[in-house]
Structure formats: C-alpha cells, structure tokens
Write a protein that binds this ligand. Structure first.
Ligand code: GDG
Length: 472
C-alpha cells in the first residue's frame, strides 16, 4: 500500500464485520460518531485509518471499505482483557471520570497498554507519507503520539481526547502519570472537549514535568512547542434533521406514544449502560416523584434505552444489576395494567428508531455524573425542528458549556433533579420553543464539520510554525 498523507489512529476501525445470508464475510462502515465526523475528510485527502477490527487474534491485511483505506492492528484475547477492558476501561476510564468507580491499577495491564500502543504507533509510522499528518484519537492510545514522533520525527501529530481530563489531585493517583503526559506531549496539538480539561492537562504538565507553559502552549526541553486547546466535538446534524422530517418516522413517534398508553408526557434517557451516565440518579429521582404523587404513570412514562456496553468489566455487571433491580421495584410499585412507569430497553436500536424516540420525547434526560461531551443531548436538539421538547442537562457534561438554554442540573442533588423534571414536564410551549430555538442555533452552527475543520486548522498552523522554526 502506498504511503498516506493523512493517517487516523483510533482504537477501532470504522467498520463492523457482517456475515451475509450466503455466508460471505463483508465489512460495513459502522454508523459511529467518529466515522461520521471524519468520513467526508477521508474521501477528500489521501487518507488511511489504523485500528482494531473488533475481534481477537485476527490477522488481516490492509483493505478498503467504502473508499477508506483500513490498516488493521491485531489484538490477542489477553491484550483485549489487559489493554482494552483492563487499562483503558477499568483504569483510565474511571480515573478520568472523577473516580465515580474506583480505578484498578495493575502493572500487567500497563505493560499490555504500552506494547499495544507501540503496535498502533508502528502501524501509523509505516503508513504515513514523508511530512504527512497523523491524527490519534482517545484515551486508549495516549502513548501513541510520543511513539510516532520517535519513529517519524518528520510528521505532524495531532491527538484528540474524547473524555474528560481530571484535576491534578485525581490524576496524580495514576502510577504511570508522568509516562502518560510524555506520551501525549509527543503531539503538536493536544485537543480536549472543554477548556477545563485543557487547563487540567496543562496544570498536570507543569506540576509533574516542571515544563514551561504559556497560554496553553507547552515548551519542551528541546524547544519544541505543544499546543493544548479545547475543540468541543459535535454531530453531523443532517441525518437527524432529515429523519425528523420523514412522514414514516413522525408516524412512528405517534405510534410509540400510543403503545405506552398515551401518557401526557414521555421522558427519555439514551445512554450506553455506563456508570458515568447517572442512570441510577435519574431513576431514583423519577421513582421518588411517583412515590410522592407529584407524578403518576398516566402523567409521565419514562423510556430508558441502555445500550449494552463493556459487559465483561465487573463494574458494568454490577451497574446492570443495580439498575434492573431499581427499575423492577419502581415498576412493581407503580405500573398499572395500561401504563408502565419505566420502559427499560437494554438494546441497541437503528438510528431511525432513535430519532422516532427523540421526536416522541417531551423531556430528554441527560444526567451524566461526568461526560466528555454527550452527543445524545446534541442529537435530541438537532431532531426537534418543531421547537418542542425540553432538554434536562447535567452541568458535568461538556455539552453544558454550549447548551446554555437547557434546564441545568447537578445530578448528585436528587431534589434538584426532581425539581428539574417537574419544571420540564410543566414548561409552557412558548418557553420550550424559545429555549429550543437557541439550543438548535448553537448545534446547527457548530456541527462536526466545524469541529474537524478547526482541529485540522490548528494542526496546520502548528506544522507551519514547526517547519519555519526548523528552517530558521
Ligand atoms: C464518548 C464520550 C463524547 C447509544 N445507544 C444507541 C446509539 N447510541 C449513540 C448515541 C450517540 C452515541 O451512541 C453515544 O455518544 P455519547 O457522546 O453520548 O457518549 P459515549 O459513547 O460515552 O462517547 C462522550 C463522545 O465520546 C464523542 O467524543 O461525547 O462524552 O464519553 O451518538 O446516539 N445509537 C443507536 N442505537 C442505540 O441504541 N443507533
């Protein structure tokens, strides 16, 4: 395969393996956010994507799917356990989400993380053209920027961090805290969701490595500069707006309401089943409103979509048990033969069905305890061209920095969540419209294209700066 000008490196390749009816194996582009964000660009530049195909021990040669060149990285069964489920999802994920669950620190997991990061870095270094660009994504690959730089000092390197970066008091727990910072500092531009994440990273660099920092630019001992900056990610709004206009999807939204016995209000939560999303807090608040008679099941039915996630990690198994126990109790106490309190769906749905649910929902509940951005909040807003519906949004999400006209909540404050739900349920149409118009303006004007263009512009500036510094 010829060298590529632009190489994306992410844990997962943007494809899923499908076995067709006649037993043939094909790869289909997965509908995930990052593909949607980068796909247009991948078609215009000479690009390649390095990532894992999602199954253990698969030795695959580079191939092409939907016009994107894919370079698979192999992971063994034990690497999936130690690098992915272990260090990425049971050490870094809880630590970076403010220790909502206790992070597990295991030296073997770290060793696997280092060796897998090196494999991704080597694949990227082998794929990228002279003076090309490498864009690394997310917390599974924090060492890759430095490793690529060591292998290929000629290339420009960007890194985008999709999850929060914690305050130093928490970050300092990580036994490999200095190595991770040095890994990230291999990039020319390190992007975060929020300005607070950026500030936390720069503060950690200053305190741990004693490097000079000025206006979020870090100067390394060899004089090289690294720019840290917030680039709040967004969604491709087009499919949401288009689906929301389709008569069959509007009809489906009406059907969803009917199938629930026509409650006066529908509340909706859509999350991966993850302890960061505040699902338990939301259920508790709603359950208490029913217990106290402030709501009845005829007034408000709550649909909770909890898509299966990380099911082999202990904390996720416990969470599932707790959520299902709590929902079972509330439904047992409050359901009638014609109405349910919580319609719980531990399933993934096609996007058409998600949009029909967004259209049916009078109140969207996003009560994450910590969330890098939260795209569900933006998808709901993009869908509501009718300027109806209320977004209840946790102030601990990245989205809260932008979506100022949502009903804001502190999800830890159960009384506050209850009041916010009542405010949303009772909000007059005019106020819904006023708030939704402003939310929509923000999301439609700052879509994923704006996000990727602004990151690439920063990377381009950094690369010019570096090359002119080298020539001086
Ligand atoms: C990480 C960060 C950051 C969920 N269930 C179904 C389904 N989804 C889709 C949603 C949304 C996406 O998955 C979830 O994105 P979020 O942003 O809400 O959360 P994470 O998965 O935790 O994502 C997060 C993001 O990266 C991007 O940087 O915002 O903070 O944690 O698009 O719609 N989609 C379909 N069926 C489902 O059942 N089709």
């Amino acid at each position: 395969m010829a060298a590529a000008e632009f190489v994306v490196v992410a844990n997962r390749l943007p494809v899923d393996r499908i076995i067709t009816a006649d037993g043939e194996e094909i790869w289909r582009t997965s509908p995930g956010g990052l593909v949607a964000a980068l796909e247009p660009m991948m078609h215009t530049v000479d690009g390649a994507w390095v990532g894992w195909a999602g199954l253990p021990d698969q030795q695959l040669s580079p191939f092409e799917a939907d016009g994107i060149r894919l370079i698979p990285v192999t992971l063994s069964e034990s690497e999936i356990e130690e690098y992915y489920e272990g260090f990425s999802n049971d050490t870094i994920w809880p630590l970076y989400h403010d220790v909502i669950e206790p992070p597990q620190y295991h030296r073997e997991w770290w060793d696997a993380y280092v060796s897998v990061n090196l494999r991704f870095a080597e694949a990227a270094a082998a794929a990228v053209a002279k003076h090309g660009t490498v864009w690394v994504h997310d917390y599974q690959l924090q060492l890759v920027p430095e490793m690529v730089r060591n292998l290929r000092p000629d290339v420009t390197i960007g890194y985008f961090h999709h999850i929060p970066f914690p305050a130093h008091g928490l970050y300092a727990q990580l036994p490999w805290r200095d190595q991770v910072l040095r890994g990230l500092l291999g990039a020319d531009v390190v992007g975060f969701q929020r300005t607070q994440d950026t500030a936390n990273f720069v503060a950690a660099v200053k305190r741990r490595l004693g490097l000079e920092t000025k206006a979020n630019a870090v100067t390394l001992s060899d004089g090289r500069r690294v720019h840290a900056k917030a680039f709040p990610i967004s969604i491709d709004t087009t499919p949401y707006r288009e689906l929301a206009r389709r008569p069959d999807i509007k009809a489906r939204a009406v059907e969803i309401r009917e199938s629930l016995g026509n409650p006066k209000r529908i509340l909706l939560g859509v999350d991966r089943l993850d302890y960061t999303k505040g699902i338990r807090h939301r259920i508790k608040a709603y359950g208490e409103l029913l217990d106290q008679g402030r709501l009845s099941v005829e007034d408000a039915t709550f649909i909770q979509v909890a898509s299966p996630s990380r099911e082999r990690v202990d904390a996720y198994m416990h969470l599932r048990d707790e959520v299902e126990l709590a929902i079972g109790r509330i439904n047992g106490d409050h359901d009638t033969l014609g109405h349910t309190a919580i319609r719980y769906l531990h399933q993934g749905f096609p996007r058409e069905e998600m949009v029909a649910m967004y259209l049916a929902a009078d109140v969207m509940l996003v009560t994450a305890l910590r969330d890098g951005m939260n795209l569900v909040a933006k998808e709901y807003v993009a869908t509501r061209a009718d300027n109806r519906g209320v977004l209840v949004l946790s102030e601990f999400t990245g989205a809260a920095d932008e979506l100022r006209q949502a009903v804001r909540v502190n999800p830890h404050d159960i009384e506050g969540v209850k009041d916010a739900i009542m405010t949303a349920v009772e909000m007059p149409k005019e106020e819904q419209a006023r708030r939704m118009r402003s939310l929509r303006k923000r999301v439609l004007e700052h879509d994923v294209d704006v996000w990727s263009q602004s990151f690439l512009k920063a990377l381009d500036d950094a690369s010019h700066h570096r090359h002119s510094a080298e020539q001086r």
